[in-house]
Design a protein around this ligand. Sequence first.
Ligand SMILES: [Zn+2]
Ligand SMILES: [Zn+2]
Length: 285
Amino acid sequence: MAEPFTIKIWGARGTLSSLSRRTDNFGGNTACVEVRCGRDILILDAGSGLQLLGDDLMRRLKHASQDDAKSLLNLNLFFSHCHYDHISGFPFFAPFFHPSAKVNVWSGHLEGPDKTRNMIADYMRPPFFPVGPEVFAAELSLRDFEPEDVLRPIDGIEISTLSLNHHDGCVGYRIDFDERSLCYITDTTHIVGEPDLRIPDFCRDTDLMIYDGTYTDAEFPTFWNFGHSTWEEGVRLAKLANAKRYMIFHHRPSRDDKALAAIERDCRKEFRRSWAAREGQVIKL
Ligand SMILES: [Zn+2]
Ligand SMILES: [Zn+2]
């Protein structure tokens, strides 16, 4: 029998959180995706949605079997990069304050030695933040990799990485588990008419491609140098990749529920099995 392989969206917004009645349906928290491979939990990005995930993990821990509790306290968190919308939830992740938790924190977008440690120390320091990572009770293991490395943090899970086209660097992830796969490609830009063919190669035949659809093609000329892409470019790449499903991610803060629903309708005309990511949504792979 196939092992469970599911994802849950804890934050789908990009750039800045956008919490209001007008964004209730798609949600307003920034990038955070939980990936469950069997019992094991991987986390993609630490945007404001990470706080919600952390609280939920602590709730699950109260009712967990011994084996489940072990997985809930042994986590792997992967940064695409550390722009604020991908790191702002980091200091507020409840498992970091649990003395039995062990969290591997991975990043590969920066240069130089000890880059994950430096990234966290730079983010959690005065005058931007009152306390440093020494407040955490959990055992954090800060791990560096280079884009294009293949990571195997847990037996049976293979994580491929790809450098993306974004200011200050960014990494895309492909997670292969039990003959299925998920690709997380956010915060990347493109040149009109010149698809970044590394992406369809990387996402070849994937079960789900998540892609940076911050803008529309019509908006793109105004924002071409902001480091993001369009949902239509995502459709073109998902088709080239032969992806089975395509999810628009990293929604603009100004995009309300009505506007996102309209984008979703238009997207489905181009790619039948597609949708705009919603906070709280669970997808089985
Ligand atoms: Zn972002
Ligand atoms: Zn970014």
